[in-house]
Design a protein around this ligand. Structure first.
Ligand SMILES: [Zn+2]
Length: 127
């Protein structure tokens, strides 16, 4: 989301996040955003009926221009992400990298990001 906002020069209030997974994929992580399957992505996007950007064609152009098509650059990016993911410890927020802390809520203890309310990552269980 941050990358798209930077690329388009718009605020985060103009975008929403939807994670789209293959229809038969099993999810191994908990996710606090919107989640959908390939088959229902368009339908899910249409839930948001408030128009926040008027020139959709130029948005699509900008995103296409920002897409990395160079094979080597892509591979380098994927390697860096893999390295980053393997470096994330159990006590680090997978969303922003901050420390995770134990919190108490209405329904008992849970693990949440120390940067709340800036980051809203939470998961069930203990640290
Ligand atoms: Zn976080």
């Amino acid at each position: 989301m941050k990358c798209v906002c930077d690329l388009l020069g718009i605020g985060e209030d103009k975008v929403f996040n939807v994670v789209c997974v293959p229809s038969r994929a099993k999810l191994k992580v908990e996710h606090d955003g919107e989640l959908t399957r390939y088959g229902s992505l368009v339908e899910r996007i249409k839930w948001h009926d408030k128009v926040v950007l008027d020139d959709v064609d130029s948005v699509v152009d900008e995103i296409r221009k920002g897409n990395v098509i160079d094979k080597d650059v892509r591979k380098k990016h994927v390697d860096e992400v893999r390295e980053l993911v393997s470096a994330v410890g159990e006590d680090m927020c997978p969303k922003c990298g901050a420390k995770l802390v134990k919190r108490n809520g209405k329904y008992g203890e849970f693990v949440g990001c120390a940067r709340y309310p800036k980051c809203k990552y939470v998961r069930k269980g203990m640290l």
